[in-house]
Design a protein around this ligand. Structure first.
Ligand code: TRP
Length: 355
């Protein structure tokens, strides 16, 4: 297959998203953002960019470059397997686009250290990584680099999870400062959250914390059937629902939280004797519906979602040359756009020279 560089259409809005390549993507990513990205892409209404944020991943994995390196391809394959389509979306690698690093350097002048330390997402992550006592300045600055990512593409819309909202707020502050000091150059952005509130925060298999790469409590898009079955069967339900006849609780019951997000009436009818999820919940609450049964329904529904994803992944795994070409062409396109913004920004800052 020949991969073509996409046209940038100035009349359309632009969307940019990205992920740090630090692990395989999981179902939380799928319902929280990947599914929505594919819909946005297929609408044809946007210039769409998806970035593998390998430079950003280095800010907290600088001492483990192999982890970042090995996950770049994993994330690319995850993207392609869920239906991110290189004929509609530009997929590129952050570290290859020099303009992003250069913009970061200039934006750093517009942000104070205390403002970065007050960023709630940064604060949370510093704690998580034990960086509080001795903060690497690169890590502290990653919101500035993220502002560079977003503004380099003049992105109007950024589909993200709620945890990323402080990043976008900080980006817009940088945009405002830049435009005020140097003249109207950069474009403000807006977040786009998954429309289903519950999907914004898929819990882990334990039903408690969020599904996350670092906690390893998730179902990965590339998990084989047997692994998915094992994981679903190990899920947290209602600890007081011991015998099948016991009445059960559906609140805080991870299996029902997942069914809320993944099931449709059609799927419930296909894999159970109920007409819809409410009927199934009523039976569970009354008693007489066992955990193995509800887990089997969920397992089948998840398999229905993952099967086409696995097939696409298999195709690309067998066509790695095509994947590399997708990245080469996508990155080339990204460079052109980001270089243009860098040129505009340098001109505004009077850092343009004619020799
Ligand atoms: N911070 C995002 C994450 O942790 C990744 C990211 C980097 C990103 N640059 C971005 C997301 C620009 C949206 C836009 O997943």
């Amino acid at each position: 297959m020949k991969i073509h560089k996409l046209e940038f259409n100035k009349d359309k809005k632009t969307i940019l998203t990205g992920d740090r390549p630090t692990g395989h993507l999981h179902l939380g990513h799928f319902v929280g953002s990947l599914r929505q990205r594919v819909e946005l892409q297929n609408s044809g209404d946007y210039n769409m960019f998806v970035m593998i944020a390998d430079s950003q991943a280095m800010t907290d994995n600088f001492n483990n470059p192999m982890k970042v390196k090995s996950n770049v391809m994993n994330v690319v394959l995850d993207y392609l397997s869920v239906g991110i389509d290189p004929t509609k979306t530009t997929i590129f690698i952050q570290s290859e686009v020099n303009a992003l690093t250069e913009l970061t350097f200039y934006y750093m002048n517009l942000v104070t250290v205390s403002r970065l330390q007050r960023n709630p997402t940064v604060k949370e992550e510093l704690k998580l990584r034990g960086f509080e006592q001795s903060i690497p300045s690169g890590f502290l600055n990653y919101p500035v680099s993220q502002a560079a990512d977003i503004t380099a593409f003049k992105a109007d819309l950024v589909p993200v999870g709620v945890d990323q909202l402080p990043m976008l707020e900080q980006t817009n502050e940088i945009v405002d400062s830049f435009n005020r000091i140097y003249g109207e150059t950069l474009v403000r952005c807006q977040p786009m959250l998954a429309d289903n509130k519950k999907a914004q925060r898929l819990p882990g298999l334990d039903g408690k914390s969020k599904m996350s790469k670092s906690l390893n409590n998730g179902i990965y898009l590339c998990d084989p059937t047997e692994e998915v079955k094992k994981k679903v069967m190990s899920m947290y339900t209602d600890p007081d629902h011991i015998k099948v006849e016991d009445p059960g609780k559906v609140e805080d019951n991870a299996v029902f939280l997942y069914l809320d997000i993944f099931s449709t009436d059609e799927l419930i009818q296909k894999y159970s004797d109920y007409q819809n999820l409410d009927e199934m919940k009523e039976h569970y609450k009354r008693g007489g519906l066992g955990d193995v049964k509800i887990k089997m329904v969920l397992f089948n529904i998840i398999e229905e979602i993952l099967t086409p994803i696995r097939e696409k992944r298999k195709y690309y795994e067998e066509h790695m040359d095509e994947v590399k070409e997708i990245l080469r062409v996508g990155t080339e396109h990204a460079k052109e756009i980001a270089n243009q913004t860098l040129a505009d920004a340098k001109k505004a800052m009077m850092l343009d020279y004619e020799f």
